[in-house]
Design a protein around this ligand. Structure first.
Ligand SMILES: Cc1ncc(C[n+]2csc(CCOP(=O)(O)OP(=O)(O)O)c2C)c(N)n1
Length: 298
């Protein structure tokens, strides 16, 4: 029996968009962009059956380089936009993309509450360890003492330990990938999209920024990153074990699905007024007549 060559779902072509890419040569955004399309295709999700939300930044300029429903919001605010969309229509897979500048400075409050609330969305961090679009400013994740355009004598502050921080918020899904390993990244993204039914899926993607990041380069990451899952790491382990693995980058950097638990209800499932509802919030909004409220305002 010959194996059919065509799948029934969408193909990479369906996600194609004619807008020209403006990222620098060698930018890790290309790898992340390819992997997310592959993940959606492999999950048989049509471009019109998902929502992708983009923060402001180099990565955010990917918002018009893909077909489908996309939302491009304000700097640091992608999580509330994405969470709002998802909570109004739980049938929709919602993926939010943010940079390390936005997520660990301007938008850090939203990031905290996204994880602790266990909003049912996937959040993909484009971690190039600097503010790329504003030409190489130091971010909270830039290495200490690294000379950057905003800190020519080296960044004076210590680097925020992002994984320690994330684990302190009691996440339900933590993964790490590398923009140079598209097959692994695709599998991580698929698992992170599927985790939405359980809550907030955080994926830290270490990516090259050849123009402004001269410390964690593509070559450096290629050498240091290894797949922890193929070396036997079980993501359903104790949080303390996963936290220690995620935080230790002294010799090698663990990638893959580092931590996952499915026994914590997501934010929507904890909303008492939604219990037993057969409709989505978005269906119900259309039935409310706001006319009388408007009358009061005029
Ligand atoms: C509230 C706010 N602060 C600052 C800016 C200016 N700004 C636009 S893009 C950007 C850098 C984005 O860096 P990051 O979030 O790390 O994403 P990257 O460009 O590296 O992908 C900054 C500071 C803004 N638009 N809005």
């Amino acid at each position: 029996m010959p194996i059919p060559l065509q799948s029934t779902g969408p193909s990479m072509k369906d996600y194609h968009c004619a807008t020209q890419c403006s990222w620098c040569d060698g930018c890790g955004d290309y790898g992340i962009w390819t992997a997310i399309k592959r993940a959606l295709v492999e999950l048989h999700i049509e471009p019109t059956k998902t929502l992708m939300c983009f923060d402001v930044g180099c990565h955010g300029n990917g918002s018009d380089k893909l077909a489908g429903y996309r939302f491009h919001g304000l700097h640091g605010r992608v999580i509330p936009f994405a969470a709002g969309a998802k909570l109004s229509n739980m049938n929709l897979p919602v993926i939010a993309f943010g940079g390390d500048g936005a997520s660990f400075s301007e938008g850090i409050g939203h990031f905290v509450h996204g994880i602790r609330s266990n909003y049912p969305i996937t959040f993909i961090l484009h971690n190039n360890a600097n503010y790329g679009l504003t030409t190489g400013q130091a971010s909270s994740l830039t290495w200490q003492d690294q000379p950057m355009n905003t800190a020519p004598n080296g960044m004076p502050e210590h680097t925020l330990n992002s994984m320690d921080f994330v684990f302190s918020l009691e996440p339900t899904f933590v993964a790490r990938g590398f923009s140079g390993n598209i097959p692994q990244l695709t599998q991580i993204f698929k698992a992170a999209i599927e985790h939405q039914k359980h809550g907030f899926a955080f994926v830290d993607v270490l990516q090259a920024c050849p123009t402004y990041n001269h410390f964690a380069t593509h070559e450096y990451l290629l050498e240091k990153c290894y797949d922890a899952n193929t070396e036997g790491h079980d993501p359903h382990c104790e949080a303390a074990k996963a936290r220690a693995l995620a935080m230790d980058s002294s010799k090698r950097i663990a990638t893959g699905i580092l931590y996952q638990r499915e026994d914590v209800p997501n934010f929507y499932d904890r909303l008492k007024p939604r219990e037993g509802k057969k409709t989505q919030c978005v269906d119900e909004v259309g039935k409310v007549d706001v006319g009388e409220f408007m009358e009061e305002l005029v």
